[in-house]
Structure formats: structure tokens, C-alpha cells
Design a protein around this ligand. Structure first.
Ligand code: NAD
Length: 358
């Protein structure tokens, strides 16, 4: 059966980097149908909305979405609902993309890019599974109110609500356990169960779901300790699962361990494994249109797409091996360049990956 993939390049370098990922996907010889549509600022310019109905319809009717990046300073003055970034939130909501998967991989060839010592971080390969649609970011009630009693009576007070429903925790737990099954079968659930009721509930549900995955070893860690361990001994982790708030912070921390934002892919999945795949970086307007952006995060996002939405793990392995091979050959885009390497453009990096595909 033909796989339908929506290609949404977006703005800035989004256009150049998705072009290379599309070349790679096309070269695999799979039965795929790629359909391109505008999103973000590009869609606003054409249709007056960052996520026009035609783009949303295409996304809904595809097995997976390859997303470049959105945003440009020229849209900063628009009303919030018309800003390019609203397209991502709109897609997450419309497709119920509740599971965010962000690997942090540091290829040994790039060990010097990290601010940590090479021996601590070289060869790092961890996966953070972050719940994306619940937690304190969406909990109601929230707002600013007047305090009615106690020492601050009469003052204004800002407040939010943290909560997780059992279904929300169970479904992210299943995604994480299944991801762990595909890797080293170790899962660390990060919470703050010593202080928060929501976290204790999260932990209890994780333990219940663990019974369905006897081959996966589940451990628990408080978020403050996890933040420390990530910089002390990051390679001790394999798969981490956590809520929206903690995951937001820890996944950025893990990304920075690698020191090369142009290398990091991400996936956001729903319950039917339909997913949105995008690089972890933005549209980089400062270098857009110059053919110098690193396309590898987007190419690696297409590998995640093959693994998680299209059930083509072998093809994902091919792409990841090709990325390893070009790094081994010493090819580097400007962002990861160091003395002695061969500097290549966006499209030359695409050429090299195509050549390295076995
Ligand atoms: P950014 O990630 O776009 O860029 C940060 C820095 O990293 C820049 O110097 C940029 O040149 C560099 N960079 C990023 N990706 C690179 C790549 N592939 N190759 C080489 N260098 C790369 O973040 P920013 O500058 O804060 O934001 C720019 C725009 O992107 C804003 O409009 C922001 O809202 C948007 N943004 C979009 C997304 C998304 O689409 N998911 C995510 C983050 C930011």
C-alpha cells in the first residue's frame, strides 16, 4: 500500500532542508506519495492563515507529515492567531499528537561540539518521550485572581493547574515502553512524586503499565536529580518518559548536550502512530536562502518517520547509517565545521547522503 506523506516546508531554511529530505525519501525506492503544501508564514502570505484548511486536510489524510520549520521576524507584528508558530500548535491539536519523541545523539565524530568533556558525552544516544498535550500547560483553571485569605489576602495571584488523567498517562506510557522495546529495554520515568500528587499518580500508572512490558526495566527519578544526571553521566540513560512541563526543560537540556542543533530530529505521534516529523531547530532566518543550513536534522526526522509511522525500520537504519558515513568522510555543513573537515553546502550534504545510501 502506498504511504501518503504530507511535506510542509514552511519558512526560512525549512524550504532548503525539506528539499534534501525529500530527495532522500524518494531515493529509497519505496511506494510513497509525497504531497507538498504551504504552512506558517508562507501559507499566511498565500492564503491569509498559517494553517489553511487545505493544508490541514492534507495533513489529516496522510500517514505522516514532514515539517520543515516556520517563523520569520517579519510576522512578529501579526495578531497571535496569524503567527506562523500557530500552525504547529494547530496541527498538534487537530491530529491529537500527544507523544513527542526527541532523540539526543552525539555522533563520536562531533564530540568536540559539546560543552561537556568528550569522554562524558561521546556516543550519547538517548530518547526523551515527552507528553505533549496535557499537564500544567493546558490545565484549567488558570489565570490571575485576588487572594481571599491568608498572609497574601487582597493581593493579586497568578495560578495554573497541573493534572493528568489516567488515559493521558497510560497512552504516553505505552509509547515509551514500546520505544524502549525497540532500543535497550531500559525506561526511566521522571517525575516529582515526592512533592506533587499529579506526579505520584503518574508514577503509579507507570508501574501498572510496566506489567504489560516485562522485558523492559522501569526505573523512576525525580526531575531535579534527572537534570543533574543528564550533565553528570548522560550515557546512563536510554529512554526517558516524562510529562509536558518537565519534558520541555529536559529535552532542551539534552539537546544542548550534543552542541549541534542542526543534527537533532523529532517526532510527535498520536494514538494511531500518525506523526509529525521535524527538526528540533527553527527556521533560522539569519541563514535562509544561502544553501548553508544543515539538512541532517530533517533527513534524520524522515528516518524517524520511517521507523515510527511507516513501520519501515530497515529503511530508517539505511538513512541513519548514511548520516554516520558522511560524518565519517569528514563532510560538515558550516554549523558543525571544524578545522580539517570538508565544508559542504546544504545541497552537497544531500548529494553525499544519497551517495552513501546503501
Ligand atoms: P533557530 O533554531 O531558527 O536558530 C537559532 C540559531 O541556530 C541561528 O543562528 C541559526 O542560524 C542556527 N541554526 C538553526 N538551525 C540550523 C541548521 N539546520 N543549520 C545551521 N544553523 C542552524 O531559532 P531562532 O533564531 O530563535 O528562531 C527563528 C525563527 O524560528 C523564529 O521565528 C522562531 O519562532 C522560529 N522557530 C520555529 C520552530 C519550529 O518551526 N518548530 C522552532 C523554534 C523556533
Amino acid at each position: 500500500m502506498s504511504h501518503k506523506i504530507a511535506v510542509l516546508p514552511g519558512d526560512g531554511i525549512g524550504v532548503e532542508i525539506t528539499e534534501q529530505a525529500v530527495r532522500v525519501l524518494t531515493a529509497l525506492g519505496l511506494d510513497i506519495e509525497l504531497n507538498t503544501a504551504p504552512v506558517g508564514g508562507a501559507a499566511y502570505d498565500l492564503h491569509g492563515h498559517p494553517l489553511p484548511p487545505s493544508t490541514l486536510e492534507l495533513a489529516k489524510n496522510s500517514s505522516a507529515i514532514l515539517f520543515g520549520a516556520v517563523g520569520d521576524w517579519k510576522y512578529d507584528k501579526l495578531a497571535r492567531e496569524f503567527r506562523p508558530e500557530q500552525a504547529i500548535l494547530g496541527l498538534r491539536k487537530a491530529l491529537s499528537l500527544f507523544a513527542n519523541l526527541r532523540p539526543a545523539i552525539l555522533y563520536p565524530q562531533l564530540a568536540n561540539a559539546s560543552s561537556l568533556k568528550p569522554e562524558v558525552v561521546s556516543g550519547l544516544d538517548i530518547l526523551i518521550v515527552r507528553e505533549l498535550t496535557g499537564d500544567i500547560y493546558f490545565g484549567q483553571p488558570r489565570g490571575v485572581r485576588e487572594v481571599e485569605s491568608g498572609p497574601y489576602k487582597g493581593e493579586r495571584q497568578g495560578y495554573d493547574t497541573m493534572h493528568y488523567a489516567e488515559t493521558e498517562v497510560r497512552r504516553i506510557a505505552h509509547v515509551a515502553f514500546q520505544a524502549a522495546q525497540k532500543r535497550s529495554k531500559k525506561l526511566c520515568s521522571v517525575d516529582k512524586a515526592n512533592v506533587l500528587e499529579t506526579s505520584q499518580f503518574w508514577r503509579d500508572i507507570m508501574i501498572t503499565v510496566a506489567a504489560e512490558y516485562p522485558d523492559v526495566e522501569l526505573s523512576h527519578m525525580y526531575v531535579d536529580n534527572a537534570a543533574m544526571q543528564l550533565v553528570r553521566a548522560p550515557k546512563e540513560f536510554d529512554v526517558i518518559v516524562t510529562g509536558n512541563l518537565f519534558g520541555d526543560i529536559l529535552s532542551d537540556e539534552a539537546a544542548m548536550l550534543t552542541g549541534s542543533i542542526g543534527m537533532l530530529p523529532s517526532a510527535s505521534l498520536n494514538a494511531s502512530n500518525q506523526g509529525l516529523y521535524e527538526p528540533s531547530h527553527g527556521s533560522a532566518p539569519d541563514i535562509a536562502g544561502q544553501n548553508i543550513a544543515n539538512p541532517l536534522a530533517t533527513i534524520l526526522s524522515s528516518a524517524m518517520m520511517l521507523r515510527y509511522s511507516l513501520q519501515e525500520a530497515g529503511q530508517a537504519d539505511r538513512i541513519e547509517a548514511a548520516v554516520q558515513a558522511v560524518l565519517e568522510q569528514g563532510l560538515r555543513t558550516a554549523d558543525i565545521y571544524e578545522a580539517g573537515a570538508t565544508k559542504v553546502s546544504t545541497s552537497e550534504m544531500g548529494d553525499a547522503i544519497l551517495k552513501a545510501l546503501k
